[in-house]
Design a protein around this ligand. Sequence first.
Ligand SMILES: Cc1cc2nc3c(=O)[nH]c(=O)nc-3n(C[C@H](O)[C@H](O)[C@H](O)COP(=O)(O)OP(=O)(O)OC[C@H]3O[C@@H](n4cnc5c(N)ncnc54)[C@H](O)[C@@H]3O)c2cc1C
Length: 343
Amino acid sequence: MITLDLMNTARAVGLFYPPDPASCDESSLGGNVAENAGGLHCKKYGVTKDYVIGLRAVTIEGEVLCTGVYSEGDLFDLTGILLGSEGLLAAVTEIAVRLIDLPRSGPTILAAFDRPENAAQAVSDITCSGVIPSVMEYMDGDAAACSNRYEKTLEIEQAAAILLIETSGETSEKQADQIYDICRKHHASLLKREANPENAERLWKLRRNLSKAVKASAEEKISEDICVPPSRLPELVSFVAELNAEYSFRVNSYGHAGDGNLHVNFLVERPDEVDIGLVEAGVRRLFARTLELDGTLTGEHGIGLTKKEYLHLEFDPATLAHMKKIKTVFDADNLLNPGKMFT
Ligand SMILES: Cc1cc2nc3c(=O)[nH]c(=O)nc-3n(C[C@H](O)[C@H](O)[C@H](O)COP(=O)(O)OP(=O)(O)OC[C@H]3O[C@@H](n4cnc5c(N)ncnc54)[C@H](O)[C@@H]3O)c2cc1C
């Protein structure tokens, strides 16, 4: 089942399935479970694992595993083991999820800043203030410009960074006031507030088009996906700006800022003129800085093939060895997704 179909079906009867990866119009619930997907609403409402209450999964031996509500009660948390296991352990065939009441949606705020650090500091201060927006997205000036070139949705020529924030619930207006104040304190150069859903949708278009727009802006796009504690986000966006200034190729970023998530894109316009080794060095520097900032090398895109060589930077040998042992218990001959996650 496509994620968006579940979200729409729930919404039609006043219910809400919050885990909404930006790929929700094409991703499947099975893939969401395999990657423990997050999304725009996950800061406030949680990620896939917070909504899955049971799984049926078929092992490589053809046995059917029943977890959570499909069993008489878990002893070991098998649901938890299968969530985020990237298809290495079993094929998930049935998923039971819980739904919540559809919250009252509040206004959308767009805040533009002259420095990426100011936008990131606003994110950090909003987090510290106790206000939990339902969505809080960050994009730097280059990413926003790509989106606006792809489809003009905003009358704004230049900004070093943009935040798009939505509040929800009974106190959504009051939360929006507090967010406004924090953005002003951090010298927002433009603030817009839209309560009308159609007008708000025009602002969200800027975010929705980002992935395609950034991809279209260069011949080669190497996209990384990292997370740091929100309080360290100012240091991370500052580092991304440094990389961008230093290299001949562009480095831009956007992400679910409420979770401290940032997609950092290395964008090469003319690949034959750029040494790919320099891009790889940039990626390694980004990872090193992320770990220095107490972050993680994979926010939401998983490990798969491309991140496996960096696993040892984040996990100690004993933890990694135990994860590999779990793989062996489920799939001794390494037939499911061979070569992914572990070498
Ligand atoms: C434009 C774009 C935006 C994205 N935004 C987000 C985002 O906001 N948040 C986020 O978390 N991710 C995001 N992603 C990453 C990705 O879409 C998610 O991780 C999603 O959950 C993957 O689901 P899928 O159905 O596309 O899985 P696939 O890509 O088809 O598969 C992913 C892995 O899961 C395994 N798998 C798939 N189905 C099953 C199953 N039924 N049982 C066992 N294993 C299975 C596959 O073997 C594979 O290893 C984005 C990707 C793109 C391209």
